[in-house]
Design a binder for this molecule. Sequence first.
Ligand code: NAD
Length: 311
Amino acid sequence: MNKEYILVTGAAGFVGSAVANRLNSLGFNTITIDNLSTGEKEVIPSETLFIEGNLGEQNTINKLNDYTISAIFHIAGQSSGEISFENPSYDLQSNTESTLLLLKFAQENKIKHFIYASTMSVYGNQSVLPVVETTNPNPSSFYACGKLASENYLKIYTTLGINVVCLRLFNIYGPGQNMKNLKQGMLSIYLAQALNDSKIVVKGSVDRFRDFVYIDDVVEAFLKAYKYSETNSFGTFNICTNKPRYVYELLDNIKKNCDNLIDIEIIDGTPGDQFGIFGSNWKAKNELKWEPKVDFDEGVQKMISWAKNNI
Ligand SMILES: NC(=O)c1ccc[n+]([C@@H]2O[C@H](COP(=O)([O-])OP(=O)(O)OC[C@H]3O[C@@H](n4cnc5c(N)ncnc54)[C@H](O)[C@@H]3O)[C@@H](O)[C@H]2O)c1
């Protein structure tokens, strides 16, 4: 019998590499496609088969025809709201066309499970917080539009025999985050600036707030989503901690844990940036049986210790 693989797209990146690593450690065979646009080849777990290519192009997807694939974790994507304004077409191709091409491939190959890395950005600015999965989406960036469109395409494909879980991931942080990409990842950006330049440039108010979730907890959410898709045809879940963390808290935490003196400069915000958001994880707790385990202060300390040795 042919060897079966789980396709984890984007395993050269922060989340994809962590998910592939965990699946490998559980005994699954994994294969990835990545175009190395923000990811790095060295980050791909050594046991994971690697195909280089752009998932928004059919000829890349065709390369999967040589393999038997039992599930798709679609994690690759252009993950910066800021870049989606600089290059909306690339964002659409990377995040939405890639999803459509993979869905067609899944349908043709009778692949039953499709787990999607969506985002809290689909909510945009909301007056009632925390956001719940039934909150009306209000995307304020092209990035968020593309992710929401993907969620809708995915939902339609459930009628064509694919079980789908959309994880609306909030701000993920932790060891392994890309410290060179200064357009994605609030904590990693501030930390990279603090360690490299002793100066943090904050784009927007320090009163903005986010819901930070630790990478190990996010990996666990992907595993729970996979299990959920065995018996459910569709689910959308907030992957978050229920707690707002303010930019000024983050800055204090970094200053406290770094040895150098750090200047702070506040400049204008980026287009489409949400002012403040946090989510309810009630549905994930009840239906996915997932809840975050890592406390914020402990997580930030782990991230900072790791970053000091990996900058
Ligand atoms: N990190 C977060 O806080 C966060 C929050 C919400 C949602 N997400 C989503 O989770 C996913 C992973 O995010 P991440 O933080 O690991 O980002 P990342 O940039 O570290 O990883 C993304 C990976 O996808 C690859 N990639 C991008 N476009 C591609 C394309 N067209 N074809 C093939 N490969 C492509 C990149 O090279 C990279 O290796 C993304 O889809 C992102 O939108 C992340």
